[in-house]
Write a protein that binds this ligand. Structure first.
Ligand code: G3I
Length: 373
């Protein structure tokens, strides 16, 4: 009896160590460790800690953050001589305190740019050189402030139309096509170590994807340092197909740039005829038919969402050499922009955590994709 005790004890110890070793990870960041970084777009309530539950989920599950709105031009540089660094500083501090890969979103976009940026003091549209100067000053000031801390910048956001041609934004109209190259150059000068991304939605569709490929090739031919392409991935249960996902990832990987899934969410609500996939100009009246799950998500849809997420993550894992980060556009369903777009006031279910902060079936399905088979 006395000699048996230590050996039983040893067996139990070995068994428990073995069990610990083989236990599947329970967090997203652990599950995909070694494959890619897992991020979330965070709002001010979360990174200031006002939303303690949200902040807790972010710290536990993610190892990268993107600011959902805090770094957009209208927020960080609302008036010609006013930079509002308070919230952005808190955002970066939150990322650092939690040892996260910190993303900057975004520098040059056609949305959320105050009108003064494009006009002189008489209200007249600027010409090329003064607008380029404004762009450079803004990019320098913001990128330099967080040099070495923000590791990756979405430099140019959504410059393409659905057919792959360049969007007729004021940047394009006033500066000309090279506004994109200039933005990357200014960002690179301000922080030569930072990753620099071209970020867009719907580039899974061939015409727009071809436009993005041409754009990146053009930048590369001029020696402009574009390091990654952000495939936003505001998608639905049925679009894009897995073939489109594969083709998109492979096409960008072939260019030698990293592929970042930069704004992932999956809309389960009915689409509307006028809806693109993230065109903020769309705004449709609330009709109960467009809001079918106001009282909860049926299990069949919950399972369809889980299956869809699992299929997507299987593609990302297969292309883990090219895919370096997967960032969700929000944390819980209640936070999502899709509750207010393209119809204001709907009840949307696009993410991995429900409105009470509980993991959904989709969360388990995503974790499962990383489990050894
Ligand atoms: O903060 C103000 C608040 O003070 C004001 O009372 C209220 C009135 O409408 O507006 C609040 O600002 C809103 C902001 O979100 C914060 O909630 C803006 O109106 C609203 O336009 C803004 O929407 C954001 C949108 O980009 C435009 O910047 C969404 O949260 C954000 O999720 C969305 O993110 C974009 C990416 O940056 C680029 N890719 C597409 C993606 C989804 O549209």
């Amino acid at each position: 009896m006395t000699t048996q005790l230590p050996s039983i004890f040893l067996m139990v110890l070995v068994a428990s160590v073995f069990a610990t070793r083989t236990e599947a990870p329970t967090t997203l960041k652990d599950a995909f460790q070694g494959s890619f970084v897992i991020g979330a777009a965070v709002n001010a309530a979360q990174f200031t800690g006002q939303d303690a539950r949200g902040a807790g989920i972010i710290k536990a599950q993610f190892n990268s953050v993107t600011p959902e709105n805090a770094l957009k031009w209208e927020n960080i540089h609302p008036l010609p001589d006013t930079y509002a660094f308070d919230l952005p500083d808190q955002y970066v501090a939150f990322g650092e305190q939690n040892h996260m890969f910190i993303v900057g979103h975004n520098l040059v976009w056609h949305n959320q740019v105050p009108d003064w940026v494009f006009r002189d003091k008489h209200g007249k549209l600027l010409t090329r050189d003064p607008l380029l100067k404004r762009m450079r000053d803004n990019v320098r000031t913001v990128v330099r402030r967080y040099k070495g801390r923000i590791k990756s910048w979405d430099v140019v956001n959504e410059a393409l139309n659905e057919d792959g041609t360049l969007r007729q934004s004021l940047w394009l109209k006033i500066i000309g096509e090279d506004y994109i190259a200039k933005a990357f150059q200014f960002a690179h000068e301000a922080d030569p170590q930072a990753e620099l991304t071209y970020n867009d939605y719907s580039i899974e569709n061939e015409p727009k994807r071809n436009g993005a490929i041409a754009l990146i090739k053009n930048l590369q031919a001029q020696g402009i340092p574009v390091t990654s392409v952000g495939v936003q991935s505001h998608i639905s249960l049925t679009w894009p197909s897995i073939d489109q996902e594969e083709a998109t990832t492979s096409a960008f990987a072939k260019l030698g740039v990293k592929v970042v899934i930069s704004e992932l969410d999956i809309d389960v609500l009915p689409r509307t005829a006028k809806q693109g996939t993230a065109d903020l100009d769309t705004n449709i009246k609330l009709d109960p038919k467009l809001n079918p799950y106001a009282d909860g998500l049926p299990d069949s849809v919950q399972q369809a969402l889980a299956k869809r997420y699992a299929e997507l993550f299987a593609v990302y894992l297969k292309h883990r050499d090219a895919v370096t980060r997967v960032t969700f556009w929000g944390v819980t369903d209640g936070d999502s922009w899709l509750n207010n777009w393209p119809v204001k006031g709907r009840t949307s279910y696009p993410l991995l955590f429900d409105r009470t902060g509980q993991p959904k079936a989709a969360f388990q399905a995503v974790l499962q994709t990383a489990a050894p088979h």
